[in-house]
Design a protein around this ligand. Structure first.
Ligand code: CA
Length: 496
């Protein structure tokens, strides 16, 4: 009740601040809040066309800033997109940037200014990550000992503070790490994790499906934690294990606390929400509220998290000195290993909006995601068709923060798109490589999916945004031109 009251009051402050006229004095170093959702499609927001439920906080954010209609994640799955967001390198530049197992080694560079947080630190920012990590931990030389401080991790690549889920919600270990240490770990109940075989006596989804509170479709048949079985096995750490229904409250609370603690100095927080990744087990106050089952309910929970963060910025008077960016690591997915009725209860909801495909896809729905930038008093509200990539944020946010010029050999694919991001120019990227391989090239309205040795696909996104008509055969000269450009760009050591 108290929490709801604070958020309602905060949102009212947020709304009235959004209507305030632009101030003449431009703050030099805005705080930067990057809210990074998981598996949320372009069409999952009511400001982007969802009608079956409302996302009022996201709608308000979009209305107070710029809603980008051609904003792209670098990959169509979690790890590659997160890697690119935080390094400014496209995923294919580094081996091992595919979807990581829960016990993978850290894949981010530790060199000074080689990551987004490290770059912002060099510009005087206090930096934090809260939420899903999924970028590996440890040096890979030996298995991670979860009962000791886990290093290297976020703090070794530029984050001053970290409160993370080590991999994903559906992978063991199901615990939070604060600054490298498992939260609430009882030394008398040490944690053991394996991705190869069962450890300890905890039941598994494979052996004890009768104990599951959420059914399985494929995979995810390892250790059962909180009634949900996971990828991988774990034992011990009983007191430290998260309760899925409380994850959003915990992560949002940590984010709000960090904002409060750092309100008097420039800060950067990368808030990587768990919603709407599987397993979708939102808090009871959202259950049944969307009419679309757990996936829609998780969307409402995500919207609540966004509203709580905005309310906290409003409460501390930070809205006019904070750049808020909302995006998603890849497009929408419905069924993703658990029987949570995402497909069955979808009705006429279109998670990818007007785009084809979703998570894992080379079509637009795989990587063309919600992308909103707001900064009260600085960014003029509106919408933009500028092509912009999350890979550009390393360069762009550094430029906005007044960081030193990028060093050679880092952020090789990150363009300074600050004019587009802040709404000073309608001009976006001329071209964009997308996907892990990379899997497609967009140049203006044209898009080619080279498809390896398979069938080449060519689309004109202006005439055919739904990618229904492959023009490869009827326009061989454009196909050739696009394939040559793709080859040429991919061969470049640096594209910025
Ligand atoms: Ca994802």
């Amino acid at each position: 009740m108290i929490r709801s009251f604070i958020i309602v009051v905060g949102l009212q402050l947020f709304a009235s601040a959004a209507e305030a006229p632009a101030s003449a004095a431009e703050p030099k170093k805005p705080n930067i809040v990057m809210i990074y959702a998981d598996d949320v499609g372009y069409g999952d927001l009511s400001c982007n066309g969802a009608t079956r439920y409302k996302t009022p906080a996201l709608d308000m954010l979009a209305a107070s800033g710029i809603n980008f209609h051609a904003g792209y994640s670098a990959g169509s799955t979690c790890t590659p997109s997160r890697f690119s967001l935080l390094t400014g390198n496209l995923p294919w530049r580094q081996k091992g940037t595919g979807i990581l197992p829960g016990d993978a080694a850290l894949i981010l560079p530790a060199a000074d200014q080689a990551t987004l947080p490290s770059r912002l630190k060099s510009a005087g920012y206090t930096t934090a990550v809260v939420g899903k990590w999924h970028l590996g931990l440890g040096d890979g030389k030996q298995p991670i000992d979860w009962n000791k401080e886990v290093v290297p991790g976020p703090r070794e690549v530029g984050f001053d503070f970290s409160f993370i889920m080590p991999a994903t919600g559906d992978r063991t270990p199901c615990v939070f790490l604060r600054n490298g240490k498992v939260v609430d770990l009882d030394p008398a109940d040490p944690i053991s994790v394996s991705y190869k075989q069962k450890v300890g006596d905890d039941p598994t989804g494979r052996e004890n499906p009768e104990l599951l509170e959420m059914g399985l479709v494929h995979g995810h048949d390892g250790t059962i934690v909180n009634g949900i079985s996971r990828i991988g096995f774990m034992s011990g750490g009983k007191k430290a294990r998260w309760i899925d229904q409380d994850i959003a409250d915990t992560l949002t609370g940590q984010t709000v606390q960090f904002i409060k603690d750092n309100k008097d100095k420039p800060f950067f927080i990368y808030f990587a929400t768990h919603d709407t990744h599987v397993p979708r087990a939102p808090h009871s106050r959202f259950v049944g509220k969307s009419g679309l089952g757990p996936r829609g309910d998780a969307m409402l929970q995500l919207d609540w998290s966004v509203g709580a963060v905005m309310a906290s910025l409003a409460e501390h008077g930070l809205l006019e000195n904070t750049l808020v960016i909302f995006s998603s690591d890849n497009g929408a997915v419905l069924g993703d290993g658990y029987a949570d009725q995402a497909q069955e209860r979808l009705g006429d909801h279109k998670p990818s909006g007007p785009w084809k495909g979703g998570k894992y896809s080379n079509f637009e729905g795989g990587t063309r995601v919600p992308f909103i930038a707001a900064w009260n008093g600085r960014i003029k509200p509106g919408a933009s068709d500028a092509i912009i990539g999350q890979v550009d944020l390393m360069n762009t946010l550094g430029a906005i923060a007044g960081a030193p010029a990028l060093k050679d050999g880092v952020a090789n694919d990150s363009l300074d798109m600050s004019a587009a991001l802040l709404g000073d120019s309608p001009k976006g990227r001329e071209w964009l490589l997308g996907g892990a391989s990379p899997d497609f090239l967009r140049v203006g309205d044209w898009k080619v999916i080279p498809g390896g040795e398979g069938k080449k696909q060519l689309f004109n996104l202006a005439a055919d945004p739904g990618e229904d008509k492959n023009l490869a055969e009827e326009n061989p000269s454009k196909l050739k031109e696009m394939l040559e450009r793709y080859k040429q760009l991919k061969a470049q050591k640096q594209t910025r």
